[in-house]
Design a binder for this molecule. Structure first.
Ligand code: HDD
Length: 703
């Protein structure tokens, strides 16, 4: 493929990223054109290519010659295109944006990005699933990674979080075990991107510390509607340190301005088939349409005194601090406003490291965090091929930097001059020197104790917060947790493992354990698992932990799929589109043929999807708008009937016109509940949009 002529173009011009050393040589403009504006195709060495269609042969049907350097280079390069995928979080999607600071946080931190109101710091964010490989589907039931790289004026700060505020394990030494257990089983190499198998649940059932996290991953948090509608959490307790050296503990939160939203499991399974790229496409489309997603960064700040008296250990990553106890203080907003130009260069090569912190931020002794600080640097060397991965533009700081690390594979920042060590006594070009005033200072925490492999007693309560999470959910959400556990354990082939998991659930909530035991048809209820500490029954529900209680106030950023045919009522279509636009939502037309339909006024409307490729699972709500004739035609198409049947089963709001009758009947609609809205006028279209703000008509499930 011919290279585009852009500033970043490595094929045409030496790289201009960051370092003067690489700009030397040619002025950078190609001196050859193939006609018009198109540059001549060259080899990587810049040699113009005359024929890119045929290899060099002896005669028309003779052997290919080894001297064909263009053929050899082209195939050699292709052979080396792949780099190892991430050992976890392999499937991800990134975007650029900025963090805008609300006001000075100088009282708690000297971190430069938090000093001045309104200051913007560039960021790159990568969202991901954990277990699946690079080509797996987006809607796996899984934790989502939420990794943010802040390019601050004092270096890169990576906040490598998840969309769940707690973790499976308390000590990094168990990370390879939990990941081995969830990944495809080693003998058979499956299942892909799924926790519903024996190895995972075997490990979990033998690891009671995972129970709180299990409540989260069996909840709707693990099947988000989109990256845009999920929270992010730094998980660990970190420290903030101010200019006077005073330390404050902190937990980081990202709150989506768009509100929280998830899909239901039956929908997730179908989305994976209909559009395995559902999440990445959503982010790509939203940013492309100028509907930039936004999150507020919030801090939970607390001191040693709070940490001492809190019911749980703040160093235990399987615990959270309820927001009702320590409120989340909003300190800035992050806006994602730019797509990547090149997926590989940016999303694939970005290297997050928890060890990347800036002056004013510091670690805590959380043993999970301490282990992570080794793992991320180590894995980047394997993945990106050497110690110079910071020379890759997406990983390079955007502030001035100067150090004596040198050479290695693919070194791009090569200092000039003689000095490559310090101290040195050269006067001409001595290079950088350390600065006790400006440089990073570790918080001088006093540590003392015997060297030992031990888990603190304060980490021993594995069930109380799991229970607190469960009782904080709405009835609908509790039902989803029970169904998810039942589904997953039904895929487990070993009955003893199923029973062992239920024995833990008995320590969390009797009702939940009973539902799951019945769902599995366990012959006998197991004894509750031995618990190091009894489950506390007195923890109050924390409403902040429910998705449904924290839904959006508007339907903005959501999508309605309208099933249309020739003869669609032009007035209704226009009114619906207008009402959705006013709300900030989008209307997509789904038609029997992708070419489109002719509306009642003779106007032509192109379709976004042919019915087979646009099932209702891809939309937040649907509108059934065929003409009478169209409805009869659609009634013969299984995809059209499924469109409606699924929308009903997934508790979606459904707008319809009277002429849709024959289709609704064929789709098995027996009675129209309050989730259906008849569209007769523009007013009805507005009413439909207002109803959609609730996202789902949950009463259809419980009523
Ligand atoms: Fe991790 C990737 C988040 C525990 C070792 N992790 C990775 C990514 C995210 C997280 C979001 C993807 C980054 C990207 O998009 O490139 N990980 C977490 C969170 C954890 C956590 C929130 C617990 C609080 N991780 C964890 C432990 C270890 C690792 C305990 C090892 C001891 N994680 C890695 C890794 C990865 C990684 C092997 C794989 C690819 C990468 O780092 O760059 O180093």
């Amino acid at each position: 493929m011919a290279a585009k002529k852009t500033d970043d173009d490595h094929h045409l011009k030496p790289s201009t990223h960051g370092d003067a050393a690489v700009k030397t040589g040619a002025a950078g403009e190609t001196h050859q054109t193939a006609g018009g504006d198109r540059p001549v195709l060259t080899t990587q060495q810049g040699i113009p290519v005359a024929d890119d269609q045929n290899s060099l042969k002896v005669g028309a049907r003779g052997p290919t010659l080894l001297e064909d350097f263009h053929l050899r280079e082209k195939i050699f390069h292709f052979d080396h295109e792949r780099i190892p995928e991430r050992v976890v979080h392999a499937r991800g999607f990134g975007a650029h944006g900025y963090f805008e600071n609300y006001g000075s946080l100088a009282d708690v931190t000297r971190a430069d990005l938090f000093q001045r109101a309104g200051e913007k710091t560039p960021v790159f964010v990568r969202f991901s699933t954990v277990a699946g490989s690079k080509g797996s589907a987006d809607l796996a039931r899984d934790v989502r990674g939420f990794a943010v790289k802040f390019y601050t004026q004092q270096g890169n700060w990576d906040l490598v979080g998840n969309n769940i505020p707690v973790f499976f394990i308390q000590d990094a030494i168990k990370f390879p075990d939990v990941i081995h257990a969830v990944k495809p089983e080693p003998d058979r190499g499956f299942p892909q991107a799924q926790s519903a198998h024996d190895n995972f649940w075997d490990f979990i059932s033998l690891t009671p510390e995972s129970m709180h996290m299990i409540m989260w991953v069996m909840s709707d948090r693990a099947i988000p509607r989109s990256f845009r509608f999920m929270e992010g959490f730094g998980v660990h307790t970190f420290r903030l340190v101010n200019a006077d050296g005073k330390s404050t503990f902190v937990k980081f939160h990202w709150k989506p301005k768009q509100g929280l939203q998830s899909v239901v499991w039956n929908e997730a399974v179908k989305i994976n088939g209909a559009d395995p790229d559902f999440h990445r496409r959503d982010l790509w489309d939203a940013i492309g349409a100028g509907d930039f997603p936004e999150w507020e960064l919030g801090l939970q700040l607390f001191d040693e005194a709070f940490a001492e008296k809190f019911d749980f250990d703040v160093l235990d990553a399987t615990k959270l601090i309820p927001e009702e106890l320590v409120p989340v203080k909003p300190v800035g907003r992050m806006v994602l406003d730019r797509r990547v130009d090149n997926f590989f260069a940016e999303t694939e090569q970005v290297a997050f490291c928890t060890q990347n912190i800036v002056p004013g931020v510091d670690f805590s002794n959380d043993p999970l965090l301490q282990g992570r600080n080794f793992s991320y640097l180590d894995t980047q060397i394997k993945r990106l091929g050497g110690p110079n991965f910071t020379h890759i533009p997406i990983n390079a700081p955007k502030c001035p930097f100067a150090h004596f690390q040198q050479d290695g594979h693919m070194a791009m920042h090569n200092p000039k001059g003689r000095a490559n060590y310090e101290p040195n006594s050269w006067t001409a070009d001595p290079g950088p020197r350390e600065s006790p005033e400006k440089g990073f200072q570790s918080y001088p925490v006093q540590e003392d104790g015997p060297k030992q492999r031990i888990r603190s007693e304060t980490f021993a309560d594995h069930y109380s917060q799991a229970r607190q999470f469960y009782i904080s959910q709405t009835e609908v959400e509790q039902g989803h947790i029970a169904s998810a556990l039942t589904f997953e354990l039904s895929k487990v082939e070993t009955p003893a493992i199923r029973a062992r998991v239920v024995s833990h659930l008995l320590n969390i909530d009797d009702g939940l354990a009973t539902k799951v035991a019945e769902g599995l048809r366990l012959k006998a209820t197991p004894k509750p698992a031995d618990a190091a500490k009894p489950t506390r029954q007195d923890l109050k529900p924390s409403p902040a932990l429910s998705i449904i209680k924290n839904g959006p106030k508007s339907f903005a950023g959501r999508k309605v799929g309208a099933l249309v045919t020739d003869g669609v009522d032009a007035k209704i279509l226009a009114a619906l589109e207008k009402a959705l636009k006013a709300e900030g939502a989008i209307l997509k037309l789904v038609a029997p043929e992708v070419g489109g339909v002719e509306a009642s006024d003779g106007a032509w409307h192109e379709a976004a999807e042919k019915i087979d490729g646009g099932p209702s699972v891809l939309f937040d709500a649907v509108a059934i708008l065929p003409s009478t004739e169209g409805a009869s035609r659609l009634a013969t198409l299984p995809a059209a009937r499924d469109f409606i049947a699924d929308a009903i089963a997934h508790q979606k709001f459904i707008a319809y016109v009277e002429s849709a009758g024959p289709l609704l009947e064929k789709a098995g609609v027996a009675s129209l509940d309050d989730g259906f809205v008849a569209l007769k006028s523009a007013k009805d279209c507005n009413e439909f949009v207002v109803r959609c703000r609730k996202l789902r008509f949950w009463d259809r499930l419980t009523g």
